[in-house]
Design a protein around this ligand. Sequence first.
Ligand code: SAH
Length: 459
Amino acid sequence: MQHYPVFLDMTEARVVIGGGGEIALAKLRLLLKTDAQITLCAPDFTPEIKAHHPRVTLVRRPLLGCDLHSARLVYAATGDATEDARIAVLGRKAGALVNVVDNLAASDFLTPAIVDRAPVVVAIGTEGAAPVLARKIKAHLEEVLPASLGILARIGKGFRAMAEHLPQGARRRDFWAEYYDTTGPRALTQGGEKQVEQALDELLSRHLAAQAPEGHVDFVSAGPGDPDLLTLKARKLIDRADVVIHDRLVSPEILELARREAVMISVGKEGFGPSTPQAEIHRLMIAHAGQGAHVVRLKGGDASVFGRLDEETAALDAAQIRWQVIPGVTAASSAAASIGQSLTRRGRNQSLRLVTAHDMQGYADHDWHRLAAPGAVTAIYMGKRAARFVQGRLLMHGASPETPVTLVENASRADQQIVPTTLAHLPKQASQLAGPAIILLGLAPNTTAQTAITLEQAL
Ligand code: SAH
């Protein structure tokens, strides 16, 4: 992030624009939404700019150093590169931040694309990399954010002091969530602003009278990595969590979805790597939920697949703490989707096995005879290091060395790798992968698959 986003208080702030044509007008329109004191300097102005006089001071000559006294922002917007460069030098000399319109390299700051539901304002920046994308995101948000949001936020702002009667944290957040999700919009359509104020009063009384909620733990499945593969429920719960206890496999993009104030605890569990003792994970969950926190125990893939879920739920039961499980996309499903294959198929395999190649005692034993049968499909988790062992057992039980195998590393992530191979070459291929990988035994990629959707289409 080269450009750091901030919201600047523009009350009484002086802004000077060098220029009087269409480019200057575009900046002026945006600035007129604020309370800034705006001055434009140019030999001539368009009629529309003139129409804004006297709210705006017009100086009918090229910008000079003396125009910049106590200016906070300066826009060089003449459309003439040499003149803009001269203005930029003067602006910096006066200690102001300078924006040279359409010249990223010469600017101290950028004006983002905005979605205006004041006091709610969304600013979108791409650091000049993709203005088209910024416009698309803006169009999308314009659709999604109702026009009434600004009104609700303004009324809500006036009510903040009253809402402080609710204890800080989950209870206060729940109150506001209910206001913005249901109570506020409903009251506004039914009876306008007056009704919203009344509805806020009633909502607060109801929340004040309610019992303090108990702490609890949600076992949330984070999926294989792509945040778009989270369920809506998972997203909602991550968004509300006071404490997030997560495995190392959970992708950073998903952790980003938690609130900034949420306590984030990594319990680095990874194949053979260092890990937090299970008892410590139990202790953390019980301690936080015991203090009334909403704890999200975030597990990679599906929480119920090779995630030691039962041990953790048993520990909570023993401590009499409520819990629930939110299912999700397991690595095998994600990997199968990536190679365009079905995990089961009539006439090929009527059953599917999810196996782990090693357990706490070492390499795991299986019904190798069935795994080795022609057409069998098995998804092997945590299998990279055990690949040679798995290969040996399967060959010993009659599997063909030509059995198709596909390794999918970092399934669903930007750095996903698909390695099609055969049982004969499995150990060598597996040893070359560094990230989490799943072995799909009995499946080759579907070469007719056309699954790629561009980001453009997805938006
Ligand atoms: N609960 C998880 C599995 C945890 S065991 C799930 O449902 O997916 C950890 C193993 O899962 C890893 O060793 C790897 O085999 C597999 N795995 C997890 N995320 C993966 C990903 N994004 N791509 C490929 N394999 C993954």
